[in-house]
Each structure stands twice: as C-alpha cells, then as structure tokens.
Design a protein around this ligand. Structure first.
Ligand code: SF4
Ligand code: MSK
Length: 626
C-alpha cells in the first residue's frame, strides 16, 4: 500500500472516503505536506541542533566525526536537554495561559462585566473556595466568593507562593519526594520563565539539573495551570455528567446550518452554543431553507462542549481539514491551539466562513472577530446569524457527508464517576483488589501523520480493555475511541470478563471519556484520591498513561507531569532526545530511582500494550494483589 493510499493514512472510514475525494479534487492535506517534508533533518530529529543564539545555529555530529560541541561549548547532553525543556515550557505555558483566560472570565463574572456568563455550578465553586481556605461567610454573595476564588488562583501564576494551591491534593509521599528533589512547583509563570532563563546560553549547563526543572515546570502545568483550567471551566459551565452523543463526519447535517467549533477553550464555544438555541435565529435558519442550526466540535473545544452539553464531535486533529472538505460547513469558529494554519486557505475552496476569535491567535485567510467578556453574547449571536445567512451559499453538489455517526457516551468527570459508584471509591478499589479490573490507563493525546491515523489509539486501547484494564481518555484519543465504538455500553463485550462485569454493573463503557487535554488533570485527581485511600504513593498504583500518536509540545508537558507524579508513560512517537544517550537512559530507566516512574517509547501499539500490561501486573504484585 503506497503512502498516498487513504487506507495507509487512516484506519477510519470517514477519513478514508474523504481523503480519496480530496485527492481526486487535488486538495492538499497535512499528510501531503508531511510527505513533502521527508526526509526530516536528522540533527533535529535527534535533538542535536541548537539555535538558542546567533553564534550558531549549531549541530552535533551523532557519529562522532564532526563537531561535538556548539560554538559556546554546549555538548549533546546540554543541547538535547535544553531543547526538551523548552518544549515542556511551551506546553505548560499553553495549558496555563488557557487557565488564566478562564480566571479572567470568572473575575469578570464576579464584577458583573461578563453578562453572557454565569456560575453554572455553585456547589463546585463552594468546594473550591473551602479547599483554598476562603471563608464563604466573609463574602456576602456568590459573585463576591467567585471573585475571591479567582484572585486566589491568579496568585498561583506569580512568584509569591511557596507552592501552587492544588499541591495540597498531592499524596503525602509524593509531595515529600518532590520536596526532597526541590521540584515542588511554586508559581506557574515563574517555572516557565525560569525554564526559559535556564536554557539561555550560559545559564544552566547541567543536563540533570535542567531536566529536574523541566519536571517542575511540567508539574506547574499539571497541578497548576491545567488544573485551574478544568476546575474553573466546571464552575462556569458545569461539572460534566454522563451524556449521550455521536461522533465522526456524519454528525454534520445536510439539511441544517453547520457551525464547527475548534480549538481548546470553552469560553467562545459555550456562547455560540447558547446563541444557536435562540428562537429568532432558528426562525431565520428556516427562512433560509435549513431545518435547524447544528453545532459540531473538533479537537478539545469539541471535547469541552461534548462533555458538558453532549454536542456531537466531528473529528480529531487530523480530521480538521477533512471536515471542511465536506462542503457542508457554513462557519468554522476557532479559538486557539492545534488549529492548523492551513485551514483558512483550504476553506477558500468552499463557501465556509472561517472566524478566529482570540486576541492571541490569528490565522491566514480567517476573519478576526475578537471575543471579549463584555460583548461575548452579542458577538456569538451575530456570528451564528452570519453562519445562517451563509447557508444559501452552500453548493449542494459539492456536499459530501460520507458516513453515519457513531453513538458515544461522554461526560465522566471524577464527580460523575463517584456518583456512578454511590459517592465512594470503594467499588473501584474493590474491583481492583479482587482482580475484576487489573488496573487503569489514561490513553491520551493527539494524531500525528507519522502514525496511521487513530491506529495507535484504537489498537492499544482494544488490547488494554481485553485484558481487564479500564481505559480513561482525553483529547484526540477520545475521538478515535468514540469512532471505533469503544464508548458505547455494548463495547463491554470487547472487554475481558472482569472489566465487562464491572461495566455492566455500573452501566458504563470500558473506555471513559474524561475530557479535553487540560482535563488530563481529572486523571491526576482520581489517581491521587485512589493513592490516598490506600495510603500509598501514586507510583504504587497499577496505573499507566500512553500517548500513542502525540505531536504537540503540550503533550510533552503532560507526559512529564504524569511521570513526575509517578505514572509510567508510554509514548508512541519518539521525542527528539535520541542524540543524548545519557538523557535517554535517565528518562527510560534512571527516573525510576528518582520519581518512581519512567517513560517508554514504543511505536507499535501491540508492543506498547505488552509493556503496559506487564507494568500493571508488576504493580499489582508489589501491592500483594493476585
Ligand atoms: Fe550554538 Fe551554543 Fe548558541 Fe546553541 S547556544 S546556537 S550551541 S553557540
Ligand atoms: S487537541 S494537543 S491534537 S490531543 Fe487537545 Fe488533540 Fe493533541 Fe491538540
């Protein structure tokens, strides 16, 4: 099968059919651009090139024949460590800046300056306030309490504190370890800035010390910025509860105005969701010949509105171009992160209007309509109206929606899971102890044209559940699993006998959707709660994480905070570290002595499953479980 064959690029039916059509029409995709980049630069792939200053760029010869040091004297270890650490800093910054945006909205709500937004989950706000030591009695009303919570968490971004607030959730043994290693995250911005400082020429030139601060920076994301993003989203938009929905290109409707929401931050998409239910706009849609207004999500903005509102999901990262090629999208509205700059140009082949909304994120051939809290509701209304008005411009002969959607269940927040178990962790712990469930694994992360689209996720997860390992998922992995039918109750048939029994008893699928990329922290929260219940460290639990098709800097930060939190993590794509034997050795084995967990790199999902099953079994044995 040639590289250009759709079936060699994706395992999904909608992907294959759409790629075939795009190839016929001569429309370029990320796969074509990926192939045009081959062969990749070997120095960069190994992490051995440096352009941190203009005495360079420099590169180290991996064969030992050419230069072994950059102009400044940095060797392979220093260069690889600096490059990796800058990836962590960028990933942590992205999640955390998203968290900061939510805090700003919460603050604006508390001041009455964000009329479209409200506190959707008062109970969660009160729980958070209590956890942060804010006395609700000191605040006359809910809005004042919301303002106090926002201000307290805003402090986590600066440098005033010894530790970010949610470090209190970390199990005792883990926290003691971080204290010993001096990697407790202090302030979110502080760790990111310090990482950039350390990696400037002539600052930290000890690869081990650089990597330790890399872990601290990643922890500032996991237990800081991402945790804030999720918790405040829950306050503003509601804690997710199990909800039925559907997934794949088939969620687009031939007879309706289709608006696609893409990116990561739910601030814009929640407003659009409200506006799309406006009776006057629905009436306008009918006048224009459409039977309704249909919203669909992409990537993690899609995950946010799927988890909370059951809005269907059109696809994951590598499907974002293919959605436009249906010719059925009246408007795509984007916020930030994982939005390919190619999209605006591609949309020009169709009638689709492309709208960017964040002050921070602009794209070629997109119209910029900036969202601000005070006018968000009006702008959302206006955009939905313009999408409706664009419906008559659709060219019926070009519309191609090649498949029927697949049903899924989403919305498994930690709170929802606890509720399903009678507000106690005991049913889960008992199932693990008696071996019905062997362990749990977070299968998360992106798509990457280096890996056949969705193959890594679906193959790995299929093997895990068949071996009685519960899978929780986020991000683009969750979409892959949904399309493969693994998020339905009947998917329990694909699980091993123990997991199947648990799924049938609790009426849950064997693959639980816990949310978007920032929602990986729900996995941390659950793992910490399980460890606390058993009086052990997170690294003692029979759990693991995997990112079979990751591509982004955010995924590097996530993987690093998972490992630093004690979770063995298997990557399906090799990070650019192979140029340093020392660093490969530390990350894949030496870290076990340091933080009780390591990375593994395995591109074959079958072999990745073997590694994870062996890890889960070894942890069970160490806990004295059969
Ligand atoms: Fe070269 Fe050192 Fe400058 Fe990097 S920091 S480009 S290795 S001189
Ligand atoms: S959207 S970071 S491609 S999971 Fe969160 Fe998907 Fe990865 Fe973006």
């Amino acid at each position: 099968m040639g590289l250009k064959e759709p079936a060699s690029r994706t395992i999904t039916e909608d992907g294959r059919l759409m790629l075939a059509r795009m190839a016929k029409e001569g429309i370029e995709t990320a796969w074509d651009r990926y192939e045009a980049q081959l062969p990749h630069c070997g120095f960069c792939e190994l992490g051995l090139s440096c352009r941190n200053c203009v005495m360079g760029p420099c590169r180290i010869d991996p064969f030992g024949e050419g230069a072994q040091k950059g102009v400044c004297g940095a060797d392979a270890d220093i260069i690889v460590a600096r490059n990796l650490c800058r990836m962590i800093a960028a990933g942590a910054a992205s999640h955390s800046d998203h968290g900061r945006d939510l805090l700003e909205i919460l603050k604006a709500v508390s001041e009455g300056k964000a009329p479209g937004y409200t506190i959707r989950d008062e109970a969660k706000l009160r729980r958070l306030a209590a956890e942060l030591g804010i006395n609700a009695d000191d605040h006359g009303d809910l809005l004042s309490l919301a303002g106090a919570v926002a201000e307290r968490l805003e402090e986590d971004f600066g440098t005033r504190k010894k530790a970010v607030s949610f470090v209190k959730r970390v199990p005792e043994k883990r926290l003691a370890l971080w204290q010993k290693l001096n990697i407790v995250p202090r302030g979110i911005d502080r760790e990111v800035v310090e990482m950039m400082h350390r990696t400037h020429m002539g600052v930290d030139n000890d690869w081990k010390s650089l990597l330790l601060h890399g872990l601290r920076t990643a922890l500032a994301d996991g237990w800081g910025g991402s945790m804030i993003a999720t918790e405040i989203s829950d306050v503003l938009f509601g804690v997710p509860k199990p909800v039925e929905s559907s997934v794949n290109l088939g969620v687009l409707k031939k007879d309706q105005v289709n608006i696609v929401l893409h990116g990561h931050n739910p601030l814009v998409s929640e407003m659009i969701a409200q506006a799309s239910q406006d009776e006057s706009l629905l009436e306008l849609a009918r006048k224009k010949g459409a039977s309704g207004i249909n919203l669909a999500g992409l990537c993690c903005t899609g995950n946010e509105i799927l988890m909370r509102r059951g809005i269907p999901m059109a696809g994951n990262h590598l499907m974002t171009e293919l959605v436009l090629a249906t010719g059925a999208v009246e408007m795509m509205i984007v916020d930030y992160q994982c939005i390919m700059p190619a999209l605006g140009d591609l949309a020009r082949c169709y009638h689709t209007r492309m709208i960017s909304t964040s002050e921070k994120a602009r794209f070629p051939h997109m119209e910029h309509r900036e969202f601000h809290p005070e006018g968000a509701r009006e702008l959302a209304y206006q955009l939905v109206k313009e999408a409706v008005e664009n419906f008559p411009n659709r060219i019926a002969e070009r519309v191609y929606i090649p498949v029927e959607p697949v049903k899924i269940i989403s919305g498994f927040s930690v709170e929802a899971l606890l509720e399903a178990m009678g507000n106690s962790l005991d049913p889960l712990l008992d199932a693990v102890k008696n071996g019905l469930i062997k362990g749990a694994v977070g299968v998360v992360g992106c798509n990457n044209p280096r890996i056949r689209h969705d193959f890594g996720h679906v193959t790995l997860t299929g093997r895990l559940i068949a071996n009685d390992i519960l899978v929780v998922d986020t991000g683009c992995a969750a979409v892959a699993h949904g399309k493969a039918g693994l998020k339905q109750l009947k998917a329990a048939e694909k699980a091993g006998p123990g997991l199947r029994k648990v799924c049938e008893t609790l009426s849950i699928p064997p693959v639980l959707h816990v949310g978007s990329c920032v929602d990986n922290i729900r996995i941390l929260v659950l793992a910490a709660a399980l460890a606390n219940s058993l009086g052990v460290d997170i690294s003692d639990l029979p759990i693991a994480a995997a990112a079979p098709e990751w591509y982004s800097e955010k995924a590097v930060a996530i993987a690093c905070y998972a490992v630093a939190s004690g979770i063995y993590t298997v990557l399906g794509v090799t990070p650019p570290i192979m140029g340093s034997r020392n660093i490969v050795g530390l990350l894949t084995s030496g870290l076990k002595e340091v933080v009780g967990a390591t990375f593994a790199v395995e591109s074959d999902p079958e072999r990745a499953a073997d590694l994870i099953i062996a890890h889960v079994n070894s942890k069970r044995k160490a806990l004295g479980l059969s």
